[in-house]
Write a protein that binds this ligand. Structure first.
Ligand SMILES: NC(=O)c1ccc[n+]([C@@H]2O[C@H](COP(=O)([O-])OP(=O)(O)OC[C@H]3O[C@@H](n4cnc5c(N)ncnc54)[C@H](OP(=O)(O)O)[C@@H]3O)[C@@H](O)[C@H]2O)c1
Ligand SMILES: [Zn+2]
Ligand SMILES: [Zn+2]
Length: 411
């Protein structure tokens, strides 16, 4: 997940008020023990997590997992061999066949949040096949087609976990660059296999291609969850999508599947054709064109803001109708807007981070039933560095998916 030290909790935000602007600065860089909480990477209660002892004692050290890792903030990926834990009673061992390329992979390979733990093996949109199961595993069998998303552990005993909203668990562990219960730094899906507790593993329905399933595990759920939370599955409502990349294009797809009127707000004129003719958006607006933006004022009920870089908010808030909601899923370094942009029209700015395990499975099943497939470009692992560069340059309007099975080989 792209959260790092970013916590979308009021207590984790520094609020600065100037005369006219409301300025909210994410506490990106507070990599200290005070900064624990949602998906803390400095795992405060490792030994209290279920399975701690067992995992510690079953650690294997044979370095049989092949991966690609960044070694320093240059972010350049290269082959890397490492160990994963042996399969515990509740674990599944998954042979990874595909892994999507998320902007999170840029964030942590390049140490954007000042908390990267090198070597970083990125990747949290994982699809593959179960190869082994532990003795107590109930939900999966060898040969099952499965996915793994942005987190691989949680306490399994708090109010959030009990509601299957593990994404809010204070002891959640990221799929990569997190610190797991056994103290090891988690390594992601740019690798040949992964071992995880079955709770954080999802079934991919028969006939749904595994390469297409991968982006659902982060891009898909990250926009589906806030849309469902805000009842944006009611036909006839209007949706604005800021940024046409991995998350943005999935928001357009869900919007059309829900019967919404969808407008894409993009900084890239070159994405117009894709938005309108490939994704079926109803309208495309170049956000730098003030005339077009003015003409779109008060036109949408809800905005999903997936922009990965810093951007002004007032212009986007003016697009909302009264009582409209802008939900932030991207991670700009700050959120700053005029109070008038909220007050006039009684608008809301909200946030969202991935989804719980119950909803992730629901979203995957929904995509299978409705035949919603991410637009993907399957690439060899050898192209991963260039793919990350292209994300930085906003030169992607779909999702890159790495063909791990066929291209990640021992050099
Ligand atoms: N909340 C969550 O659960 C969650 C999960 C995954 C990722 N994320 C975050 O969501 C964001 C998007 O991730 P992604 O994987 O979809 O990235 P992506 O595929 O690279 O797409 C991001 C798009 O944002 C737009 N953009 C970039 N910089 C911008 C700027 N300064 N101003 C306006 N628009 C800008 C560009 O679209 P146009 O060319 O159309 O303008 C770009 O293609 C990232 O910040 C990522 O860290 C959040
Ligand atoms: Zn992601
Ligand atoms: Zn919990």
């Amino acid at each position: 997940m792209d959260f790092g030290k970013n916590k979308i909790e009021c207590s984790k935000l520094k609020q600065k008020k100037s005369k006219r602007k409301v300025k909210i600065t994410f506490a990106n860089h507070l990599a200290t023990s005070q900064n624990r909480g949602l998906f803390s990477l400095r795992f405060p209660g490792a030994s209290s997590l279920p399975g701690f002892q067992k995992i510690m004692s079953s650690q294997s050290a044979n370095e049989d997992c092949l991966g690609w890792a960044a070694r320093d903030p240059s972010g350049v990926l290269s082959p890397y061999k490492f160990s994963r834990r042996a399969v515990g009673d509740d674990d599944v061992h998954i042979k990874i066949t595909y892994c999507g390329v998320c902007y999170a992979d840029v964030v942590w390979t390049r140490n954007k949040h000042n908390d990267s733990k090198y070597p970083v093996v990125p990747g949290h949109e994982i699809a593959g096949i179960v190869e082994k199961v532990g003795s107590k595993v109930q939900g999966f069998s060898v040969g099952d087609r499965v996915g793994v998303g942005t987190y691989v552990n949680s306490c399994r005993n708090c109010e959030h976990c009990n509601d299957r909203l593990e994404n809010f668990c204070g002891k959640g562990v990221y799929t990569f660059n997190g610190v797991d219960a056994d103290g090891t730094v988690t390594k992601g899906g740019y690798s040949s296999y992964i071992v995880i507790h079955e709770r954080y593993c999802f079934k991919i329905p028969k006939d749904y291609p595994l390469a297409s399933a991968a982006p659902l595990l982060c891009a898909g759920i990250s926009v589906y969850a806030p849309m469902m939370r805000h009842n944006m599955n009611e036909p006839g409502k209007s949706l604005g999508v800021i940024g046409l990349g991995g998350l943005g294009h999935m928001a357009v797809k869900f919007g059309k599947a829900f019967g919404l009127n969808v407008t894409v707000f993009s900084t890239s004129m070159s994405k117009k054709e894709e938005a309108l003719n490939v994704l079926g958006a109803d309208k495309f607006v170049v956000s730098s064109d003030q005339e077009q933006m003015k003409a779109s004022a008060n036109s949408v009920d809800f905005i999903v803001d997936t922009a990965s870089g810093d951007h002004p908010f007032d212009a986007y808030l003016s697009l909302l109708k009264k009582f409209g909601v802008l939900v932030l899923v991207g991670f700009p370094s700050e959120v700053k807007f005029s109070p008038a942009s909220l007050l006039l029209g009684a608008k809301t700015v909200s946030g969202s981070v991935t989804g719980g395990t119950k909803q992730i499975q629901e979203m995957i099943n929904f995509c299978a039933t409705k035949k919603i497939y991410p637009n993907i470009e399957v690439i060899p692992i050898q192209y991963a560095n260039e793919a990350l560069e292209r994300l930085i340059n906003r030169d992607v309007k779909h999702r890159f998916v790495i063909d791990i099975e066929n291209t990640l080989k021992e050099e």
